[in-house]
Design a protein around this ligand. Structure first.
Ligand code: PEP
Length: 252
C-alpha cells in the first residue's frame, strides 16, 4: 500500500519570520491530528533549510519532513552557486525536487541532467521528487502522453530499478500556478499511463513508486484528486504558502 504524500513547494518565497510562523502553525495543526499513514514535507528555499530543519525538529512529528527544491548533478567541486546532495542531507532534507518545470524552462534542464540529479539524491539516501509533464501546446496538439512517456523513458534508462525509491510528480505545465487544475479524471488517466509504462519495465517498481499530482491543487480540489487510485498525493506550490491551506490539503 503506497502512503499518501503531500509536499509543499514554497518556490522563491519566504522570510525568516514567515517561515517560523508557517512551521509553528502547521506543526500545531498536525499535532491536533492527521489521518494515519500519511507523509508530509515542505521544500524551502536553500538559504532557509537550516532554519526550517531546526524548527521541524522541534515539533518532532515523524511524518513531517524537509525538502529542497533543486540539487547539483555533481558531488563536489568547482560548481559556483550549486548545492550538493550531501549538503542538503546535512541540512536535514529527506526529499529533493528535481526537474521542476520552472527549472526545465528557465534553466534549460534536460531529462538526462534531471536523472543525474536524482542519482545524486538517491546516493545520499534521500528521495528525489522527479517532475514531469507536458506543456499546453503539447497537450493541445494531442502529444501529452507521448511527451510524458519520453520523459519517463529517460528516467527508466538511467535510474532503472532505483526508480522504486523515487517519487514522480506529474505536473502539467499548463496547470502550474495558473489556477487551471487538471480534472481528477485527466490526472488519473495520465498517472495510470505512467504506472503502466513503468510496469513494462518492472511490475515491482510500478507498484511501489508514488506518483504525485501537481498543478493548482487547492483545499477545494484536493479531495477529489487524492481519491483517485493512481494519485498518491500532491506537490503543492502556491497553496502551500498559506499554512491553513496547506493543512487543509494535508487533511484531504
Ligand atoms: C509547483 O510549483 O510545483 C506547483 C504545482 O505550483 P502550483 O500549485 O502553484 O500550481
Amino acid at each position: 500500500m503506497r502512503p499518501l504524500i503531500v509536499i509543499g513547494n514554497w518556490k522563491m518565497n519566504g522570510s525568516l519570520a514567515n517561515n517560523e510562523d508557517w512551521i509553528k502553525v502547521v506543526c500545531k495543526g498536525m499535532e491536533q491530528g492527521m489521518p494515519a499513514g500519511r507523509k508530509f514535507a515542505v521544500c524551502a528555499p536553500a538559504p532557509y533549510l537550516a532554519q526550517c530543519n531546526a524548527l521541524i525538529q522541534k515539533c518532532s512529528l515523524a511524518f513531517m519532513s524537509l525538502g529542497a527544491q533543486d540539487v547539483s548533478a555533481h558531488a563536489s567541486g568547482a560548481f559556483t552557486g550549486e548545492a550538493s546532495a550531501s549538503m542538503l542531507r546535512e541540512l536535514g532534507c529527506n526529499y529533493v525536487i528535481v526537474g521542476h518545470s520552472e527549472r526545465r524552462h528557465m534553466h534549460h534542464e534536460t531529462d538526462g541532467l534531471i536523472a543525474e540529479k536524482a542519482l545524486q539524491v538517491l546516493d545520499q539516501g534521500m528521495t528525489p521528487v522527479i517532475c514531469i509533464g507536458e506543456s499546453a501546446d503539447e497537450r493541445n496538439s494531442g502529444r501529452a502522453v507521448e511527451v510524458v512517456r519520453g520523459q519517463i523513458a529517460k528516467q527508466v534508462a538511467v535510474l532503472q530499478d532505483r526508480l522504486a525509491d523515487c517519487l514522480i510528480a506529474y505536473e502539467p505545465v499548463w496547470a502550474i500556478g495558473t489556477g487551471k487544475v487538471a480534472s481528477a479524471q485527466l490526472a488519473q488517466d495520465m498517472h495510470r499511463a505512467i504506472r503502466l509504462q513503468l510496469a513494462e519495465f518492472d511490475e515491482d517498481v510500478a507498484s511501489h513508486v508514488g506518483i504525485l499530482y501537481g498543478g493548482s491543487v487547492k483545499p477545494d480540489n484536493a479531495v477529489e484528486l487524492f481519491a483517485m487510485p493512481d494519485i498518491d498525493g500532491g506537490l503543492i506550490g502556491g497553496a502551500s504558502l498559506n499554512p491553513q491551506d496547506f493543512l487543509a490539503i494535508c487533511q484531504s
